[in-house]
Design a protein around this ligand. Structure first.
Ligand code: NDP
Length: 283
């Protein structure tokens, strides 16, 4: 029976350490301050934005929410980003995705000052990550690495299959795991015979948004299972993994909720503090 990787407990522990760092900054007269731009009324996005706000308050950060209507024009968002880039009192900026269809999200991300890019999604910071420069790490991959480290789960030489190739999870996680000398395969919706890959994997990370995609038959005995997915099934939040069945074969497994999610929010807060510290050290 797999050991449950308790992301919530680890996030709470890391939050205590972060509070100390924030206190040190505050003693220097600096309060980390970041902004979340949310366009439209995607219900999941609204929940994420408010979860972040609660967590930010808990560790002592200021988070502003710019809630823009669904029919907002691209130029209006670009102008807002320009204003926040120029504002010396703002340390971090992020755009909550997905955005409405008239919005070109890539252009928005490119416009964010890389020094304030808390999500690590600007081209400059994506490039840095692949060059093993940890200027800022995307929150979900950073949270997964923190979880593996906390439970002393090694990556060196391990066969990892990451299911999902998004710019916020699969791709940056592959960069971080490769850096730690894992052998990484990225699978996606066009992958032929996913089960043939996952059956050989020491570590499986699933980030697809497809409930029950990863079944017990796809997992080898003793594998480590990281479930990033967040899916609502019959009013209940579930991951991508058939948790009850897979837990019996896994050595370690993350629950949903209470696994990767809390660490994602914690890692975002850490990114805000890191960027704030760097901006002020440069002054
Ligand atoms: P995207 O929709 O951007 O990407 C999904 C990926 O999954 C794509 O690469 C897609 O392949 C792949 N995929 C979809 N279906 C299959 C399938 N049947 N077999 C193999 N691959 C498949 O999603 P995100 O990365 O933004 O998010 C993924 C999930 O993780 C969502 O449920 C999201 O809510 C959750 N999430 C959770 C976070 C947390 O903190 N816990 C943080 C971020 C996301 P292709 O590219 O070929 O289309």
């Amino acid at each position: 029976m797999g050991i449950i990787l308790d992301g919530k407990a680890l996030a709470n522990k890391l939050a205590e350490n972060l509070k100390e760092k924030v206190k040190t900054l505050k003693n220097e007269g600096i309060t980390p301050h970041f902004c979340v731009i949310n366009i439209g009324d995607n219900p999941a996005s609204k929940i994420y934005v408010h979860t972040k706000k609660r967590r930010a308050k808990k560790v002592g950060l200021i988070q502003d929410i710019y809630q823009l209507p669904t029919d907002t024009h691209q130029e209006q968002v670009l102008a807002l980003i320009d204003k926040l880039n120029a504002d010396q009192s703002i340390n971090g900026i992020m755009v909550q995705l997905p955005a409405p269809k008239q919005i070109n999200a890539d252009e928005l991300l490119e416009r964010i000052d890389p020094n304030k890019d808390v999500d690590g999604l600007t081209p400059a910071n994506i490039g840095r990550l692949w060059l093993e420069d940890h200027f800022v790490e995307p929150a979900t991959p950073a949270g997964i690495i923190a979880l593996l480290q906390h439970y002393n789960i090694p990556l060196v030489g391990k066969d990892v299959v990451i299911i999902g190739r998004s710019n916020i999870v699969g791709q940056p996680l592959a960069a971080l795991m490769l850096e730690q000398n894992a052998t990484v395969t990225i699978a996606h919706a066009k992958t032929k015979n996913l089960a043939a890959l996952t059956k050989k994997a020491d570590i499986i990370v699933s980030a697809t948004g497809q409930a029950f995609l990863v079944t017990a038959e796809m997992v080898k005995d003793g594998a480590v299972i990281i479930d990033v997915g967040m899916n609502h099934v019959n009013g209940k939040l579930v991951g991508d993994v058939d948790f009850d069945a897979v837990k019996k074969k896994a050595s370690y497994i993350t629950p949903v909720p209470g696994g990767v999610g809390p660490l994602t929010v914690q890692s975002l807060m850490e990114a805000v503090v890191k960027l704030t510290r760097r901006q002020n050290d440069r002054k």
